[in-house]
Ligand binder design. Structure first.
Ligand code: SF4
Length: 87
């Protein structure tokens, strides 16, 4: 038997994730098409568009418009930032 951490899923299986994946919410397709919504970093008061960073310290990668659109087109859901603020 090899020393090291035992994979709880069993030998030969992929390793468990070290971090939980980000929560994504399902989006109703008719709502997505009907409404001109504001829910990406580019719409947020905390977003620095020149540096592409969140000024309150969150990782914006999951909430950028392009990422949200891609995720929606792939799976019909997307990650919404709970700290989005629009002035
Ligand atoms: S608060 Fe959320 S939506 Fe706003 S810039 Fe930061 S990560 Fe993006």
């Amino acid at each position: 038997m090899k020393p090291g951490i035992v994979n709880p899923k069993g030998p030969g299986k992929s390793k468990p994730r070290l971090h939980a994946s980000i929560k994504k919410d399902t989006v109703n397709p008719s709502d997505y098409l009907k409404y001109d919504t504001r829910f990406s970093c580019e719409d947020c008061s905390h977003f620095d568009s020149e540096k592409v960073l969140c000024t309150i310290g969150y990782n914006p990668i999951h909430h950028l418009k392009a990422t949200q659109t891609r995720q929606y087109e792939l799976a019909g859901n997307m990650a919404f930032c709970r700290f989005l603020e629009i002035d």
